[in-house]
Design a protein around this ligand. Structure first.
Ligand code: HMG
Ligand code: MG
Length: 285
């Protein structure tokens, strides 16, 4: 990988569309993923395999994953909270999966209905099965600066969960500012703690943009050596279990920003604009 390469990891079809109030058809989701596949991403997070009662917007995950036209060089990923989700994702042809933990107990309970420790018990068989099947596993840590239920989160708590996910075999740990309340200062303090446990090239920044700090937070993370950032096309979404949270920082905005800083992303800006227009259309219905 070139030294000045930044990977933009597209999560809009999952993190964006999981929170859109309008019912969006599988066909519309497939069309969006197919457009994104033309843009040059290495990873596209397509969907999640979670309880349809908890997140009805992702109930069609298998249909979407099976309906897309897979492009060479793109890994199509999905969230899997437990073995039921993992098995469904594999049956639908997923290339890579993600497990998701929280740095705060309050969000862990509300999001996945168990404690942080219990979530790792659920992840253990997934990690074992994925290792046997040669399926890469990414790990998320939510609430890396602030939790909607517990308030500010200690950097050491984030470092512990990140270290545990890394030790368990996740190839990359994505650090989620779920609420979008992080600032360059709180993000940098959190990262300095995490970097004692996990090297920068194994970390990703996942910034929601509620307070408009996401780009500044990316700059703080770039300064500390991170080179992978999760984004959502058109700035879609939020999190159903983090009231008030806005969508991820928009893919096209990050592309413009990091390109202006002199980084290469391998992405086609024109195709991103076309995909962003589709995303905006989906929002408006
Ligand atoms: P639970 O109630 O503890 O699980 O939920 P359970 O095993 O007792 O099962 C309860 C029901 O769910 C059963 O159905 C299961 O079959 C079903 P019932 O008998 O009641 O009809 N079920 C499933 N169905 C489909 N797929 C599955 C599955 N598992 C159980 N995989 C569970 C635990 C995790 C399942 C639930 O709490 C859940 O689905 N939560 C949704 C979590 C979620 O998707 N959150 C949003 C994504 S995370 C996020 O956005 C943050 C992130 O972006 C980073 C950041 O920004 O910080 C990643
Ligand atoms: Mg998120």
């Amino acid at each position: 990988m070139a030294r000045n390469f930044v990977e933009i990891f597209e999560v809009g079809p999952r993190d964006g569309l999981q929170n859109e109030p309008r019912a969006i058809s599988a066909a519309e989701k497939i069309a969006l993923v197919d457009k994104l596949s033309e843009a040059g991403f290495r990873h596209i997070e397509v969907t999640s395999f979670v309880s349809p009662k908890a997140v009805p917007q992702m109930a069609d995950g298998a249909e979407v994953l099976q309906g897309i036209i897979k492009a060479d060089g793109v890994a199509y990923t999905a969230l899997t909270p437990n073995m039921k989700g993992y098995e469904a994702a594999v049956a639908a042809g997923v290339d890579e999966i993600a497990i998701f933990a929280s740095a705060s107990e309050g969000f862990s309970q509300k999001n996945i209905n168990c404690s942080i420790a219990e979530s790792f018990e659920r992840f253990a068989p997934i990690l074992k099965a994925a290792r046997h099947a040669d399926i890469p596993v990414r790990g998320y840590v939510s609430c890396v600066t602030d939790c909607p239920y517990d308030g500010p989160v200690a950097p050491e708590a984030v470092a512990k969960v990140a270290a545990d996910l890394f030790a368990a075999g996740c190839y990359e740990i994505s650090l989620g500012d779920t609420l979008g309340k992080g600032t360059p200062d709180t993000v940098a303090r959190m990262l300095l703690a995490v970097l004692k446990e996990v090297p920068a090239h194994r970390l990703a920044g996942h910034f929601h943009n509620t307070d408009g700090h996401a780009i500044a937070n990316i700059d703080a993370a770039l300064a500390l050596g991170l080179r992978v950032f999760d984004t959502a096309i058109g700035g879609l979404g939020g999190c159903p279990f983090a009231p008030g949270a806005e969508g991820n920082v928009a893919t096209e905005a990050v592309q413009e920003h990091v390109t202006a800083l002199g980084y290469e992303t391998g992405l086609c800006s024109e195709t991103l604009e076309e995909a962003a227009a589709m995303a905006r259309q989906m929002r408006q219905g």
